[in-house]
Design a protein around this ligand. Structure first.
Ligand code: TXA
Ligand code: MG
Length: 316
């Protein structure tokens, strides 16, 4: 393992981009000190420059080297959820290249919770930017084979399948509000309730609100889309009729649809969602049907529901 980590370090230090495992999804990493590497991330991914990158750091101390201030709310969230699937968006200092933030005054930071990537961060001792390792708007990769499908030439640090399976929760700490309100820009497996609970337990009273950021293309429609259409329907009395209508509009036979049945527990549903979307796309099926029930509207499902709705082609 040492050898492979050393190769990853050499490549990063050489301004290359590499595939890295994280507990959420695989990332396409490049050192933030190298403008060359940052440019390569955007061109490799075919990602527009207006979409900001997340900076991966080894710990809170490293995060603080790149921010203007680190208020109690940041400390509380980082203490509770790092390493883990939470990205904290906060005022940056001039150590952060504007390419990373798409010119915005805030930077997204997170400590990923994967042993190989933590070891890599520890040894290289420098942050790297890493978007999900997929082409822009496509389904994110949750194992090394997925990354290889999009980028056959890429050096990938293979750390097995991602345990969480969907991207981190992104929260912004609003500098304009005196009490540093927390905005959830992108939902994930760390839910609003979990964040509120920690804030309360630590004796803070910051408000938490869901606010998909207009500057957050993860929040754009038509994202995470697999190669065949995804139909999302409510599991209600009109289901059969709605399914028929969907088939008609997409010119599909009901027999050409593959129904993706979501596991009953959100942790399991998140873990398998992207890899199921990918593998069903490779079968004879011409469309993927996902049924949404009442339970899927609960807080613990919000990240999963968000990705399902972004992946859908119908209804639109
Ligand atoms: O779990 C994850 O977050 C994965 C792994 C690899 O860490 N990364 C990931 O990166 O999902 P990416 O680039 O696919 O999504 C980053 C998203 C942006 O599209 C945006 O929505 C939000 O994070 N973001 C990053 N920096 C931001 C900023 N300064 N202001 C607002 N939103 C920001
Ligand atoms: Mg992405």
């Amino acid at each position: 393992m040492n050898r492979i980590i050393n190769e990853a370090i050499e490549r990063l230090n050489d301004s290359q981009v590499i595939g890295i495992p994280t507990e959420t999804v695989y990332g396409l990493a490049g050192l933030i000190e190298s403008e060359n590497a940052l440019n390569k991330i955007f061109t490799t991914k075919e990602r527009p420059f207006f979409d900001p990158l997340i900076v991966h750091v080894k710990d809170q101390l490293m995060a603080q080297q790149y921010t203007k201030f680190w208020p109690p709310i940041a400390e509380v969230l980082a203490d509770a959820f790092w390493p883990g699937p939470l990205t904290i968006v906060i005022e940056k200092n001039d150590q952060i290249n504007p390419l990373i933030t798409a010119g915005l005054s805030q930077v997204g930071l997170r400590v990923p919770n994967h042993p190989l990537t933590l070891e890599l961060l520890e040894k290289i001792n420098k942050p790297f930017a890493a978007p999900s390792a997929n082409k822009f708007k496509k389904t994110s990769p949750t194992n090394a084979a997925h990354v290889r499908e999009s980028f056959p030439e890429l050096f990938i640090l293979d750390g097995g399948p991602s345990e969480i399976g969907i991207e981190s929760t992104v929260v912004g700490i609003n500098p304009a509000s005196s009490d540093y309100e927390v905005h959830i820009f992108r939902p994930g497996m760390i839910s609003k309730t979990m964040i509120e609970k920690v804030i309360k337990e630590q004796g803070l009273n910051n408000k938490v609100s869901i606010k998909e950021s207009p500057v957050s293309p993860g929040a754009m429609e038509h994202h995470y889309m697999p190669t065949i259409p995804v139909i999302v329907l409510n599991n209600n009395a009109e289901f059969a009729q709605n399914k028929e209508q969907a088939c008609q509009q997409l010119a599909l036979k009901p027999s050409e649809l593959y129904e993706l049945i979501l596991p009953p527990i959100p942790e399991l549903a998140a873990r398998s969602l992207y890899s199921d979307l990918r593998s069903i796309s490779k079968t004879k099926a011409k469309g993927i049907l996902i049924k949404i029930s009442k339970q899927h509207l609960e807080d613990g499902w919000s990240g999963i529901l968000n990705r399902i709705l972004k992946a859908r082609s119908y209804p639109r």
